[in-house]
Design a protein around this ligand. Structure first.
Ligand SMILES: [Zn+2]
Length: 335
């Protein structure tokens, strides 16, 4: 039995037809975790849909109304890049609910897994890049509303920048008190020499992503690491280490939301980085070890993964569960 819960539902399947997004991947991850003996049936909890009030914590009432009533304009639907349907709305509400549950369980068990989610391209008032609503932001705002946490950090390791998350948690007036990392930081701008001041906002957003990739406009996260094409395991891990150290020196979160995208993988169809499957597991281990060392609970969401061979995407996601088990239950790691 795992020392943490995996939140899942067969309803995570996204009814989007033929699409580069592997809509069956959530079920495939679920099945592989069971088949490989990584998890047992008792480790899974069924996801429950978020309420409309939950969704409105991160999205405008106007946008939520359009989704519920089916009144998106054709342009808005195109921008979302997934075909609108009421059943797709239900799948996204379910994903948001699952992320809330994963965050709640993280506070209890130190780690909570959402076997889905990671829809970081959804903005307050519109969807983009296969993302209708931002489950990560909804989960953080719900826990804050419930008084469970005040401060959260997102660590977004998808190959694409977390633009929606950056905008949802943007400080009200970034010009009022600029920090060195608020500007669109490049790799050279953050480092040990950076003048780090405590961060006074309630959500600190970190994104490591490929610079020459979607989204073209990258609204500033608290710290962005714009990685060049062809970044290797070693380079990536070095930047992740640097940015985690810098972020956790500026900010003391009560919850870390890890967006474990599978698309920095070298054979990803939508990514241009060169991480290996082993390198991606090292990435997971680094995040979990950094959080464990500081006693910060971790909520994990899976985000993108468009490998040429879908099985690679599944293995990368399952390895994230294994990495958490190795870090948080080293003695029981062989089941
Ligand atoms: Zn992605």
């Amino acid at each position: 039995m795992l020392p943490f819960k995996l939140i899942y539902s067969d309803g995570y399947y996204l009814p989007i037809g033929e699409h580069v997004f592997p809509a069956h991947k959530f079920r495939m991850i679920h099945n592989r975790l069971l088949q490989e003996g990584i998890a047992g049936p008792e480790d899974f909890l069924e996801a429950v849909p978020a309420s409309d009030d939950d969704v409105r914590l991160a999205h405008t009432s106007d946008y939520v109304g359009k989704l519920k009533n089916g009144t998106l304009s054709p342009r808005e639907e195109l921008q979302m890049e997934v075909p609108y349907s009421p059943s797709l709305v239900h799948a996204f509400w379910l994903a948001a609910g699952g992320s809330i549950q994963a965050a709640q369980h993280a506070l209890r068990d130190r780690v909570g897994f959402q076997i889905g989610g990671g829809f970081h391209h959804a903005f307050p008032d519109h969807g983009e890049g296969f993302c209708m609503i931002n489950d990560i932001a909804i989960a953080i705002r719900r826990l804050q509303k419930d008084g469970k946490i005040k401060r959260a950090m997102t660590v977004d390791c998808d190959v694409h920048q977390g633009n929606g998350t950056a905008v949802i948690f943007a400080p009200p007036d970034p010009e009022a008190k600029p920090l060195p990392s608020w500007s669109r930081a490049t790799m050279s701008r953050i480092g040990p020499a950076a003048d780090l001041e405590p961060f006074e906002g309630d959500v600190f957003t970190i994104s490591l992503h490929q610079e020459n990739n979607y989204p073209a406009w990258k609204p500033p996260s608290t710290i962005d690491v714009n990685l060049p094409d062809g970044t290797t395991d070693e380079e990536y891990l070095s930047w992740l280490d640097t940015v985690l150290t810098a972020g956790l020196r500026q900010f003391d979160p009560e919850l870390l939301c890890y967006v474990a995208g599978a698309d920095p993988y070298k054979d990803d169809q939508l990514g241009g980085l060169l991480l290996t499957i082993e390198g991606l597991k090292q990435r997971d281990l680094l995040v979990f070890k950094a959080a464990k060392a500081r006693g910060i609970p971790v909520m994990v969401t899976f985000a993108g993964g468009y490998a040429q061979n879908v099985l690679d995407t599944i293995v990368i996601h399952c390895n994230t569960v294994l990495a958490a088990q190795e870090v948080f239950a080293p003695v029981a790691s062989k089941r």
